[in-house]
Ligand binder design. Structure first.
Ligand code: TRP
Length: 349
């Protein structure tokens, strides 16, 4: 029997969900989210945003959370947080998330969901929290000490998922330990107090991770990302400044030519062509021609998205209304779930 928590089993389950979604989308409640530390970039778009919109349009129940409390897991400041949150809503709307179909909310605005944290914390041991590999990696990457919130944020993530009885969570592989913990918490709660929560599974992305322009992991801190919100000119500038190499002939070789290959992958995902095909077409055209091709591909793909985004940038009142309405709906659902939890626990006075 393969381990239930192995990558292979997670992938099998993810594929089964994908099939189930085409037949009975209404049985699925998706919840996923992002932390508002900056603007969303092409990695977010192709890795998850696009898939969320597809799920929304297939008829699954879809919920998108802005994980603002997660920002203070590994840093001492909430600088720019309000601006980041509003801009994240703009990115979502521009990419096709429809607030009439998808609930968009910030988890700090939903007290009843946060209150689930107390019973949930009682269902996990310190040792279970301490061995979470993603938490460890995040602590090391941040250079910050391990805060109590970083140690326990996977439990908070279980609150995010379970308050709306989410059963499908589109995430990257790094988030699988958190999905496991959510499943464990739901089962333990149900066993101890009676069934309130569903079985939760991850929906793993089918597209391979898009690297940054230099071939490394795409990240704001590496300066190798193109943001959805950039203008065509800013995009051109960022691509122009990216590092390639001195070999004129363009070839796709991620291992030895990370810069050239990162550019090729970006062009490939925006045009639907393969990296090798594009490389062969450019051939001796060199990195100048490659950069021109990538710039055009990105700007063409994102032109309608950016045009929509511009309209939201000029209508902050609407953006705030969307968030307020999402928060209101989230509170309604959270209060209902908390009532069920307290009822199951006999804490009704
Ligand atoms: N931890 C996720 C990240 O770092 C963000 C997140 C918070 C999330 N709560 C969630 C993702 C619930 C999926 C479901 O990207």
């Amino acid at each position: 029997m393969p381990n239930e928590n192995s990558y292979e089993v997670a992938l099998q389950k993810s594929n089964a969900i994908r099939e189930g979604l085409t037949k009975t989308p209404e049985k699925f409640t998706m919840l996923t989210g992002d932390r508002p530390t900056g603007r969303l970039h092409l990695g977010h778009y192709f890795g998850t945003l696009k898939g969320r919109v597809e799920l929304q349009n297939m008829g699954a129940k879809t919920n998108v959370l802005i994980a603002d409390y997660q920002v203070i897991t590994d840093r001492d400041t909430t600088e720019h947080i309000q601006d980041n949150v509003y801009n994240m809503v703009m990115d979502y709307l521009a990419c096709g998330i429809d607030p009439d179909k998808t609930m968009i909310y910030a988890h700090s605005a939903v007290p009843a969901a946060n209150q689930l944290m107390l019973p949930f914390l009682s269902l996990v041991s310190e040792a279970e929290l301490a061995r979470n590999p993603t938490v460890k990696a995040e602590m090391e990457a941040s250079g910050h000490e391990l805060t109590g919130l970083l140690l326990t944020y996977p439990v908070h993530q279980a609150c995010d998922i379970l308050f709306c009885k989410g059963n499908v969570v589109p995430v990257g592989r790094d988030q699988l330990p958190h999905i496991e913990l959510t499943r464990t918490i739901a089962r333990r709660f149900n066993n101890r107090y009676g069934k309130v929560f569903p079985e939760v599974d991850a929906l793993l992305s089918e597209t391979p991770l898009l690297p940054g322009l230099d071939g490394r992991k795409m990240s704001k801190s590496y300066g190798n990302a193109i943001n959805i919100s950039m203008t065509a000119e800013e995009t051109a500038k960022r691509i122009k400044k990216s590092q390639t190499d001195s070999e004129r002939m363009i070839t796709f070789d991620p291992e030895n030519r990370p810069g050239v290959s990162g550019l090729l992958s970006t062009a490939a995902i925006c045009t639907g062509r393969s990296e090798v095909e594009i490389a062969e077409e450019i051939g001796m055209g060199g990195s100048g021609q490659l950069k021109k091709y990538v710039t055009e591909a990105v700007n063409k793909y994102f032109a309608p998205i950016r045009e929509r985004r511009q309209r939201y940038e000029n209508d902050l009142d609407y953006v705030k209304d969307v968030l307020h309405e999402g928060n209101r709906r989230a509170n309604e659902i959270a209060e209902q779930t908390l009532a069920e939890v307290q009822d199951a626990m006999g804490m009704v006075y």
